[in-house]
Design a protein around this ligand. Structure first.
Ligand code: T46
Length: 138
């Protein structure tokens, strides 16, 4: 798994005089079935969310409102993705350390996740993440 496996995916959207509607179907528009939805809101501008990696979890992150950056790190390279379109999200594969930063005023980070919440899936320690990433490379 590498930061190159993380990609932007356009979300199908309908526009009419009443506004816009976008939708995501698990296994169709994104490469996993959706087991959980969470969203982060009322975020102070200087906040850093994330700062961890996941062993197995896949996620699709949508800026439902406003904008923010996602800094992806696979242990070998990093890549920063700016999200600012509610009709486009970022697919994040397993074994990626991520920092979510630079939140705009009123930003809402909507996340679709492939698994229920499980603290055991998290790397909260960067050194431990790097060790596992290099072990999986071998
Ligand atoms: C990620 C980034 C972008 C739950 O009880 N259930 C949940 O589904 C989640 C996501 C969190 N929590 C609890 C665990 C913590 O006590 O909510 C608290 C805050 O979670 P955390 O510090 O992990 O929040 P973020 O914003 O740093 O990270 C979250 C996701 O955990 C993570 O998977 O990629 O958003």
């Amino acid at each position: 798994m590498s930061v190159e496996d993380c990609r932007l995916i356009d979300v199908p959207s309908f526009s009419d005089p009443r506004g816009n509607l976008s939708f995501v179907e698990g296994g169709g528009h994104i490469p996993f079935d959706i087991a959980r939805v969470y969203y982060i809101w009322n975020i102070p501008e200087q906040a850093v969310r994330g700062a961890h990696g996941h062993r197995e979890l896949q996620q699709f992150i949508i800026p439902a409102s406003g904008s923010f950056n996602v800094v992806l790190d696979d242990g070998r390279q990093t890549r920063t993705v700016h999200l600012d379109r509610p009709d486009q999200g970022l697919y994040i594969c397993p074994m990626i350390w991520r920092d979510v930063t630079q939140f705009s005023d009123g930003a809402v980070c909507l996340a679709l996740a492939s698994l229920p919440y499980d603290e055991a899936d998290y790397f909260r320690d960067y050194r431990e993440f790097l060790d596992e990433a290099s072990r999986r490379e071998r």
